[in-house]
Design a binder for this molecule. Sequence first.
Ligand code: GRF
Length: 208
Amino acid sequence: LDVVVLISGSGSNLRALLDATRDPAYPVRIVGVGSDTDAPGLRHAQEAGVPVFVVRPRDFDRREAWGEALAAAIRAHGVSGGPGPVDRTGLVVSAGLMRILPAGFVAAFSPHLINTHPALLPSFPGARAVRDALAAGARETGVSVHVIDEGVDTGPVLRRARVEIRPGESEPELHERIKQLERPLLVDTVRRIAEGELVLDATGPSVS
Ligand code: GRF
């Protein structure tokens, strides 16, 4: 399966995916890594010899135009997204992309467009999920891998993993413990999609 990964940050989830592809039995090829900014995590792709691209929102006067340029960059790496068998469309994985993808972009790549989110969706969507879980006094949180739809972290959930919140835990401590589960969960979810065990659908996943 050909995969393009989108990041904005440190790229530790990207790194986990790249590491997984070193095993020839892992049925995935990362064909490109994109960002909205000079993300520090892009170096993981460069070290692995994977092409990177940066498409900055500030270079466009409308969000939709940014989305079209991002879509063109992804297609240039051989991933078209959209309906059809995933081995033909490829897959886009948002792994810490801190931008909401415009509606036109989502419509073009759906359902072969997934995201990883550091909370147990539908609880705590949005950019401050870890902080929000702590502020709400939640006793547990976790991670969700889901299909992206036009909402913010609202698409069909494919996989989740739980983390108990420890008393007095800080946001960085909790986020790091979430990420320790998030990386293998994302690697395994992408494998299942590649093997046809998880078939993506804009309205909900179907597990065969
Ligand atoms: C992940 O927890 C992701 O779910 C969230 O941001 C974090 C990115 O971490 N949205 P990294 O860049 O993969 O290390």
